[in-house]
Each structure stands twice: as structure tokens, then as C-alpha cells.
Write a protein that binds this ligand. Structure first.
Ligand code: GRF
Length: 198
């Protein structure tokens, strides 16, 4: 059974998609053993708790500096003894100490077709605002392994989504979530949990 720790920062819709996919048997041989948030009081924590999943907050504001925060974050991850760490709407770039300790065992879901519209400053609605501003006709989502960069690790899965006339960032974000993110993240965890050659 693959032990999965999920790091979140906000709404937790990707976490919910993973929870639901496990419940439906679409993701086999995996269990979410802990949800870790870097922000207090976010809906992702409620989603975890209402599903009986241990939820921990490591709030950056509660620490004097980055070193103390990242130490606490690593402890929260280590204590879960995960085989895989999933960044699901997690808005902090992990320090090299954590990335190295969990080398090739951290994945992230990003709401664009990397290498487009990714990297520093591209998160949440900002991604879709940039997509619409550029006028591309196709966008999508990417699951990638996390390295020491930002959205720069090896790509595992991608799925394209059509940009439609009249799309607002909010409408496009919802379509990318529904048609791509919430499909790809469970698929990636199932692949890793069941030894698919990746
Ligand atoms: C989503 O756009 C996701 O792709 C990005 O963060 C946003 C919120 O995700 N990483 P969630 O609803 O908190 O899972």
C-alpha cells in the first residue's frame, strides 16, 4: 500500500479528486496518510478531516523565519512516513533539503501544459489570466516530479484542454480542473502505486 502525504494551501479540490478516486477504486493500493497545509483554516483541511484523514497545519506565519518553517514542514512530512508526497494546490517552493530527501517521490499538479505558463508567479488564476492574454487555443494541466526548481522537474502526465471564446480566467480554471487536473492527479498516483513503468 503506497503511503501518500498530500500538501495543500487552499481549496483542496485536487485533494478531493484524489480522495474520491481512491474511494471509487480508480486509484489502487494507495492511502492518504496525512494532509499538510501551510495555511490555517483552509477548506482542504476540512476535506481531509471530514474523510477521517489526519490533517496538520504548518503555518508559515507561526515561525520566525524560513529555516524554522521548513524544518517544521519536513518534520510534518517525515512523521507521516510517506512513500509519495503530492503537492496539490501547494503554493510554497520546497527547499532542497526536502526535495533531496524525497528525490523522485514528490509530484506536483500544475494548471498548464509545462513548459508554457509555469515557474515563478504562475499559480492559480494567474496561470489562466496569462493563457487568455496570450491567446493560446489549447491549454491543460501537467503532473511532474518535483526538483529543486519551480515547475521544472520531469513531466509524468499531461492533458490538453480547449480554450473557448468568451472564457474568463474563472471559467477556464474550472474547465482545466474538471477536464485535466482532477483526472491526471489520481491517474499519476495510481501509476506510481502500481509500479507502472514511468
Ligand atoms: C489549482 O489551480 C491547482 O492547479 C493549483 O492550485 C489551484 C488550487 O488547487 N496547483 P486546489 O483546489 O487547492 O487543489
Amino acid at each position: 500500500m503506497l503511503r501518500v502525504a498530500v500538501c495543500v494551501s487552499g481549496g483542496g479540490t485536487n485533494l478531493q479528486a484524489l480522495i474520491d478516486a481512491i474511494d471509487k477504486g480508480e486509484v489502487r493500493n494507495a492511502e492518504i496518510v496525512r494532509v499538510i497545509s501551510n495555511k490555517a483554516g483552509v477548506k482542504a483541511l476540512d476535506r481531509a478531516l471530514s474523510h477521517g484523514i489526519q490533517a496538520v497545519t504548518v503555518d508559515r506565519k507561526a515561525f520566525p523565519g524560513d529555516a524554522e518553517f521548513f524544518n517544521a514542514l519536513q518534520t510534518a512530512i517525515d512523521d507521516a512516513e510517506p512513500d509519495l508526497v503530492v503537492l496539490a494546490g501547494f503554493l510554497t517552493v520546497l527547499p532542497s533539503g526536502i526535495v533531496q530527501k524525497y528525490k523522485n517521490r514528490i509530484i506536483n499538479i500544475h494548471p498548464s501544459l509545462i513548459p508554457s505558463f509555469c515557474g515563478k508567479g504562475y499559480y492559480g488564476l494567474k496561470v489562466h489570466e496569462a493563457v487568455l492574454k496570450r491567446g493560446v487555443k489549447v491549454t491543460g494541466a501537467t503532473v511532474h516530479f518535483v526538483d529543486e526548481g519551480c515547475d521544472s522537474g520531469p513531466i509524468l502526465l499531461q492533458k490538453a484542454v480547449e480554450v473557448k471564446d468568451g472564457d474568463t480566467p474563472q471559467i477556464l480554471q474550472k474547465r482545466v480542473m474538471e477536464e485535466a487536473e482532477w483526472v491526471l492527479l489520481p491517474m499519476a498516483v495510481d501509476m506510481i502505486a502500481n509500479g507502472v513503468n514511468i
